[in-house]
Design a protein around this ligand. Structure first.
Ligand code: TXA
Ligand code: MG
Length: 330
């Protein structure tokens, strides 16, 4: 017997940026729809933070396990802080980095937040993005938005509306086109729910800047000591196998360079940054992995990238993308 598909395929519309589109997107969200929006890090798949049905739909569209909670996005630091229990650490970090690519994990105070979005935890991840489009949309909806990255679970995060279309075409009603994202990797997630501050995920903020903040000076942040539900070893995967920390490309490989392209190599080459700029590399990382993934190559070989500043986030994503790969990864 042939059964009909339960999730009906829908036509996905791409909205051009305009005042009218902001109002239209806000209206859809208010009604409980889930749509893809730009942030300064990566595109998110957003929905009202207080609607279980909407949240359930986001989990199902992404095929994401229910034990991996979402980040709640706010239009101001005051509103974000009002929903958590916090101490001076949150005030200092919020003042310095919001709006921007920082996510704080703290004990949840607001009972309206969907339990499903929190995966039943007593903590919540909150952030105030700096992208003007999402900020304006949240202000118009006047309700915070739960939003994971707008990719299928385990795949590369999208940094443009076209990337979202490739990931979720037919599964969502609307993608808001806000151009390419500025930072290119996800936000830095910092856990302040316990006495000891911990960086759960490296991201758009240089970790050393967080450590340098006055009242954290004496207590160095313990990176990744407490596991975040979503920090699986394998993630952000292109379909083509990855060979990381490489020094030179082999025959039939695609080469993702950090710096100038190597002479005498005839294969496919892209450079994350010819000037070896880490910020430029982060911005190009997912975009270039996606481009190379479409080429007829055996492997994507990635040149060694320094583990400092945003280079920590780049290496973190590459290590997880290469997890379980057949290569020893030099
Ligand atoms: O830049 C970003 O953070 C993007 C944009 C769209 O805002 N969002 C994003 O969301 O990357 P997502 O869902 O792909 O990643 C959120 C991470 C996951 O690893 C999740 O497990 C973790 O944050 N997280 C959420 N709530 C948490 C909590 N209460 N405790 C610990 N980790 C949490
Ligand atoms: Mg994600």
């Amino acid at each position: 017997m042939k059964c009909e598909n339960i999730i009906a395929k829908m036509k996905t519309k791409i909205l051009k940026n305009s005042k009218k589109s902001i109002l239209y997107a806000a209206e859809l969200l208010k009604k409980g729809d889930t749509i893809a929006l730009p942030t300064e890090t990566v595109y998110g798949l957003a929905g009202r933070y207080d609607n279980n049905k909407t949240i359930e739909k986001i989990f199902s569209i992404k095929n994401r396990p229910l034990n991996n909670p979402f980040i709640i996005h706010y239009s101001s630091s005051d509103l974000a802080l009002a929903d958590i229990y916090f101490d001076s650490r949150a005030e200092i970090l919020a003042k310095k980095f919001w709006p921007g690519p920082l996510t704080l994990v703290a004990k949840v105070k607001n009972k309206k937040i969907s339990k499903l979005a929190l995966s039943g935890l007593e903590t919540v991840a909150v952030r105030v993005p700096s992208n003007k489009i999402i900020l304006s949309i949240i202000e118009h909806v006047n309700i915070p938005l739960a939003a994971p990255s707008a990719n299928r679970y385990g795949k590369l995060s999208p940094t443009s509306a076209k990337d979202v279309y490739e990931e979720l075409n037919g599964k969502i009603s609307t993608i808001y086109d806000g151009g390419s994202t500025n930072i290119g990797v996800e936000s830095t997630v910092v856990d302040i729910s316990k006495k000891e501050t911990a960086v759960l995920r490296y991201g758009g903020i240089d970790e050393s800047l967080i450590n340098d903040l006055t009242n954290l000076k004496r207590k160095k942040i313990v990176s990744k000591k407490f596991l975040s539900p979503g920090l699986s070893k394998s993630h952000y995967k292109p379909n083509t196998p990855l060979r990381i920390n490489a020094s030179y490309p082999k025959k039939n490989e695609g080469w993702l360079a950090f710096g100038k392209k190597p002479k005498n190599f005839k294969g496919i080459i892209l450079s994350l940054s010819k000037k070896k700029c880490l910020k430029e590399s982060a911005k190009n990382l997912y975009k270039m992995l996606r481009l190379l993934d479409k080429k007829d190559i055996t492997t994507i070989a990635v040149q060694k990238i320094p583990k400092r500043g945003i280079g920590l986030a780049i290496n973190d994503r590459l290590e997880r993308a290469a997890y379980n790969s057949k290569f020893k990864n030099e």
